[in-house]
Design a binder for this molecule. Structure first.
Ligand SMILES: [Zn+2]
Length: 100
């Protein structure tokens, strides 16, 4: 026997970009956003601090571009090819179902 009752469940209706304040909801496709997050622990200068920034697609790629440029500058005079900016941060492509 199932006994049911109505419950109030909190749902994420929208995620607002923390940089440009735009909605990350794409009509008919849902929420599309990136997240920059860090939780610093013992030994870190920011021990105990937890950061989380939600980014729309445009702001995410602006941040990624800035980091990519910084990476290129840091490795400019190194022969080490691991400083290449190609695919920086990209874990997978053509992953349309969102599987890891
Ligand atoms: Zn944005």
């Amino acid at each position: 026997m199932e006994i049911k009752s109505l419950a109030t469940v909190a749902m994420i209706e929208d995620v607002i970009c923390d940089v440009c304040s735009s909605s990350t909801r794409i009509p008919s496709y849902g929420l599309q956003y990136g997240r920059l997050e860090a939780q610093w622990g013992y030994g870190a200068q920011h021990d105990g601090e937890h950061y989380q920034v939600h980014l729309c697609e445009l702001c995410f790629f602006r941040v990624l571009s800035s980091l990519r440029r910084e990476r290129m500058v840091n490795g400019m005079f190194d022969d080490d090819k691991s400083f290449s900016a190609d695919g920086f941060g990209l874990i997978s492509a053509d992953n349309f179902l969102g599987a890891n």
